[in-house]
Design a protein around this ligand. Sequence first.
Ligand code: KIV
Length: 321
Amino acid sequence: MSLTPPPAGAHPSPPGVPVPKVTMPALTEMKRQGKPISALTAYDYSTARLVDEAGVDLILVGDSLAMVVLGQENTLAVTVDEMLHHTRAVRRAVRRALVVSDMPFGSYHGSAAVANAVRFVKEAGAEAVKIEGPRIELVHALVEAEIPVIGHLGLTPQSVHRMGGYRVQARTAEAARDLQADALALARAGAGAIVLEGVPREAAAAITAALPIPTIGIGAGPECDGQILVFHDLVSLTFTPQAKFVRRYADASALFRSAIERYREDVEHRAFPSDAESYHLPARRATGVAGRQTMGLTPAGADFGTDDAVVNRDAFEDWAG
Ligand code: KIV
């Protein structure tokens, strides 16, 4: 555990100052005004804080968690409890963005769907849930239960076995028309937005123009009302070949790898920690006896370091007793 206190005022607006919250209706208003919606996944407190402080409008605690954080082969095995755990961490970090949780595979396919969705709102603080596929009745039921819902159409990763892999969908005119019909049905049922994944740009553009609610694209071209990427893809923290639609904005793998290697070398060469990174006993205690002398560590009369080397006073004082 780090003993370093969090830097004060790291958030653009200090704690206590209200930040205008992004809501589901605000996304529709952004579409109306032609303002692009930025969305990104996050799965933990620190990245969610960075994403929120950067002004991203929507944070999805995606079930991609299974692959990029938990190292699973696909998204199918992640559980409701795991998704809740990560949603809580993200929720604690976020002040402005809309926090959306992915409902994992199997959690919304039977009679417990609404009860499971309620858990995301009640136990983890999600402000909307996302479900894959044209589940019109379920969207009705969720809206009836006051749970905002985002649909997800096109390449739906939870259908990987049915699709026979991660393949671009709606590649024929007929399939594109079916996709548009599904999107319109979700919108009529009360979905607040629709993620369009892995569909031809032309199909996504037509659907975006036809819908009263925003589309958020991932591998669906630039005409969508918003864009979403997986955080780990954006910063190159994945270990698999990237999809065509991913743009890497940073190379976090290289950055982390080099930092970790330098740390290991410093430890091996006893170059870390330095004296300045070490705590020291105070020069004089209230008794007038030097602490180190009291403990028999150094000879009397030696010159001791002072408290100014302390990096965390509370921790030091606890330790110094
Ligand atoms: O789980 C996820 O990250 C997603 C996005 C890719 C849309 O569903």
